[in-house]
Design a binder for this molecule. Structure first.
Ligand SMILES: C[S@@+](CC[C@H](N)C(=O)[O-])C[C@H]1O[C@@H](n2cnc3c(N)ncnc32)[C@H](O)[C@@H]1O
Length: 232
């Protein structure tokens, strides 16, 4: 069990999505054979969905690995979309560069090699979609930079926010993961309680949080009942 959803549910939903084809399938096979963590199938589908919905022009990704999700996002996007993706592992950068070139997407996807926090500190662009998928224990440090660079109607998608269920249930806790889990809980509190942000968490894959800015003038309280609104 994933600690987040039931196996039968995961199997059923993955069956509906079906198998990937071409380069994405090759990368999925490579990732499995070489134990490289890439987005789960349902997460990949959600990202494609959000790209169709929001039509971002500029995307920022934290955590490239072999380039799977950046290629997926590029293929799901319109032609003029650019993606900047950050990865600190030199070996991954080499593999991702090759994969992106092979996919013919090297004009659209640029990899910045380095630690996310250091790279983010030096970036000053505006992004419509930010996909956070690196350094689970450091999301809280990445967040202020992501908010600073998020366009007005932009969205931050953070993966692994429930971390095999451990973030929500201490019975699932693995001792050596305590620090990551504590830090992820802090991140979840921040994105859920910040009055300027609106976050929803989807308990699928490894847990995905979707965060946008609240509309100006929006009532940030809990949804008022019709009685409170004086309509009873
Ligand atoms: C889960 S993988 C990314 C998977 C990728 N988004 C995909 O789905 O195809 C996370 C990657 O982030 C990298 N990483 C972890 N912490 C990092 C950090 N602080 N700065 C830059 N990269 C980091 C790891 O080396 C790893 O390749």
């Amino acid at each position: 069990m994933s600690g987040i959803t039931y196996d039968y549910m995961e199997k059923y939903l993955r069956g509906l999505i079906g198998d990937s084809k071409g380069m994405l399938k090759e990368l999925e096979d490579f990732a499995e054979e070489n134990a490289v963590p890439i987005v789960q199938k349902e997460t990949a589908r959600l990202i494609e969905f959000m790209i169709n919905l929001k039509k971002p022009k500029k995307i920022l990704e934290l955590g490239t690995a072999i380039g799977y999700s950046s290629i997926l996002m590029s293929l799901a996007s319109e032609n003029n979309v650019t993606i900047t993706t950050i990865e600190r592992d030199e070996k991954m950068v080499t593999i991702a560069t090759e994969n992106i070139k092979k996919a013919g997407l090297d004009e659209k996807i640029s990899i910045i090699q380095g630690d996310c926090l250091e790279v983010l500190e030096g970036l000053d662009d505006e992004y419509d979609l930010i996909f956070m998928d690196a350094g689970k224990g450091h999301y809280s440090e990445f967040l202020p930079h992501c908010i600073r660079m998020l366009s007005k109607d932009g969205i931050i998608i953070s993966d692994n926010v429930l971390f095999r269920g451990m973030v929500a249930c201490k019975d699932l806790m693995i001792r050596r993961k305590i620090t990551i889990v504590k830090r992820m809980k802090k991140y979840m509190e921040t994105i859920s309680k910040d009055e300027n942000l609106l976050t929803t968490v989807i308990p699928m894959g490894d847990g995905i949080a979707l965060t946008v800015r609240r509309n100006e003038n929006e009532n940030t309280g809990t949804i008022s009942s019709s009685r409170e609104l004086g309509e009873a």
